[in-house]
Write a protein that binds this ligand. Structure first.
Ligand SMILES: Nc1ncnc2c1ncn2[C@@H]1O[C@H](COP(=O)(O)OP(=O)(O)OP(=O)(O)O)[C@@H](O)[C@H]1O
Ligand SMILES: [Mg+2]
Length: 406
């Protein structure tokens, strides 16, 4: 492992060596510069990019605190550590306000090595993992929710194929999150046999990245699945009520550290949950069929619930699935009932859909030129564009953005 580069300072002769000695001699740290005043230290931090700058509080000219402040701006990757002659604890808040990462008392230099190792580890962990999600607009995570006001309208079919398409054609690192209310269908569509899932997480006192990883299954298409599954037999499964919004918030947050696209297959079971997830989503696909007037009305209610709860209209796509030309009801009827222009149409394509389910191969992989597969591919392109734009330019706060909500 690369050695940690340290800049040391001294007010009185020999103090730089004292700090260097406190760092130990086992090659973990390498002293790259000595500085005798605060200005000198800040210049060296800017020029040499050490990992850590050890600054005595009473450096002449520019003090240790002032040097912390200027280093935080001029060389933000350098961790400024203030060494105080007095009580480190009492100095804590002033030092933190100046941008120091740590305060060490002169009388506890024997713990310096240990504290700096910990600081180095923390910094490495943080930056490695999710830094690109912050600095690279192309990797800002996008949350897509697929929901609907009615069962059996094609939510899981669309969510699975959307996820696969986002991974294969749009270069996203995708996880499909199956919400409670779904019964594990996503795993069947992907021919996976998961053991743990969201309901397993609900049994733990707390969730962290490691347990979420253990419940996430990789599919050969490139996507990962966090299924609803629990390792218990169906009749002993923990209750879906155990999955609350706090857990979902935590899981969503952890998935966003690791993936650039989170696709949520969200059944209409508990409205509080659907609303919670939708408000945190960059794109919400509200799926309906146009079989009968009930389907149209349910779509209308769902859209109203979404917009009333603060989901920006510009983030919603109304998807009319299983469309048949010549059917008694069509897109004009859907628009009349919902007041929603231009629903996104997906043709009925029972042959391809049934074969895809039975073979456990997603539609967009098995028969990419089938009408339903082509439509989902277009939907993925539309959603990806909307999602990336929302994730890089806007906040998910309700009402922020280019709203033209009713
Ligand atoms: N465009 C389509 N053409 C024909 N059949 C379709 C289409 N989309 C989905 N289906 C079929 O409709 C059925 C229900 O789909 P799916 O399970 O995706 O719905 P769902 O909304 O997730 O249902 P649930 O509410 O039970 O979770 C499945 O048999 C699926 O293959
Ligand atoms: Mg489903």
């Amino acid at each position: 492992m690369a050695r940690v580069k340290v800049l040391v300072t001294e007010v009185h002769a020999g103090e730089g060596d004292r700090l260097a000695e406190a760092l130990g001699s086992d090659n973990e740290f390498e002293v790259v510069a000595y500085a005798q005043d605060g200005l000198d230290a800040a210049q060296a931090a800017h020029r040499l990019h050490p990992d850590i700058a050890l600054l005595w509080e009473d450096l002449p000219g520019v003090s240790g605190l002032e040097a912390c402040e200027v280093i935080a701006r001029a060389a933000p990757n350098v961790a400024a550590v203030l060494v105080t002659r007095g009580d480190a604890h009492a100095m804590q808040s002033r030092a933190m306000m100046a941008g120091a990462r740590l305060v060490v008392g002169e009388h506890e230099l024997r713990t310096l090595r240990e504290q700096l190792s910990e600081l180095g580890r923390q910094r490495q962990n943080t930056t490695q993992d999710w830094m690109p999600a912050v600095t690279d607009p192309g990797r800002a995570p996008v949350v897509y929710t697929v929901c609907g006001g009615k069962g059996g309208v094609g939510k899981t079919t669309i969510a699975v194929n959307l996820a696969v398409q986002l991974a294969r054609r749009h270069g996203e690192r995708v996880v499909l999150l199956e919400m409670v209310g779904q019964l594990g269908d996503a795993a069947i569509l992907l021919d996976l046999s998961p053991v743990h899932g969201l309901l397993s997480l609900a049994e733990l006192p707390s969730v962290d990245q490691e347990v979420v990883r253990r419940s996430t299954y990789q599919h050969e298409s490139g996507i990962s699945l966090l299924p609803v599954t629990s390792e218990h037999p169906l009749n002993e499964m923990p209750l879906a009520e155990a999955v609350n919004v706090e857990l979902i918030g935590q899981v969503l947050g952890l998935l966003k550290r690791q993936f650039t696209a989170v696709v949520v297959d969200c059944a209409f079971t508990a409205w509080a949950m659907v609303s919670y997830i939708s408000k945190r989503s960059h794109v919400v696909m509200c799926v309906t069929t146009m079989d009968d007037i009930v389907a149209l009305r349910d779509a209308s209610v769902m859209l109203e619930l979404l917009t009333d709860s603060g989901v920006d209209k510009s983030r919603i796509i109304l998807v009319a699935n299983k469309y048949r030309k010549g059917a008694p009801l069509g897109p004009e009827d859907l628009t009349r009932v919902t007041a929603w222009e231009d629903p996104f149409l997906i043709f009925e394509d029972a042959k391809s859909c049934i074969a895809a389910v039975n073979e456990g191969v997603p539609l967009v992989v098995r028969t990419p030129t089938a009408p339903a597969a082509e439509a989902v591919a277009r939907l993925a392109a539309l959603a990806a564009e909307k999602g990336r734009q929302a994730a890089t330019t806007g906040s998910t706060r309700p009402g922020v953005g280019t709203s033209n909500a009713k």
